[in-house]
Design a protein. Structure first.
Length: 114
């Protein structure tokens, strides 16, 4: 089984937080008109960050083998409330990072409230 490895970068623009869950997912996004198919997910609970300097959170998760003709990406969701839903105050990756890379670096963008 292949392994997807990398790091999620926490930056001061995210602000400080306590007891958040960082979710890293491997998704099959080959079909444009269909929901992304999850292949693997890793949840890192009880994550805290003081917001003062950049911090890199390493991850490694086993992923099932996929057909190389498929489009497979890795995403991250910083879930501050722990609901698993994307909400104001959370942060997400906004770039499609191919899972086929040797080592990934994922950057998060805060979700602003209305």
């Amino acid at each position: 089984m292949p392994e997807v490895q990398g790091e999620v970068v926490l930056t001061p623009m995210l602000g400080s937080f306590q007891d958040a869950t960082l979710r890293v997912r491997v998704l099959d996004v080959t079909e444009a008109d269909a929901p992304a198919g999850p292949l693997a997910e890793l949840a890192l609970p009880a994550l805290s960050y003081d917001g003062s300097a950049e911090r890199r959170v390493p991850f490694s998760l086993p992923s099932p083998a996929w057909d190389p003709r498929r489009t497979v990406i890795v995403t991250a969701h910083l879930d501050r409330s722990g609901t698993g839903e994307v909400e104001a105050g959370d942060a997400l990756t906004t770039r499609a990072e191919p899972a086929s890379q040797d080592r990934l670096t994922l950057f998060l963008t805060p979700i602003r409230g209305s």
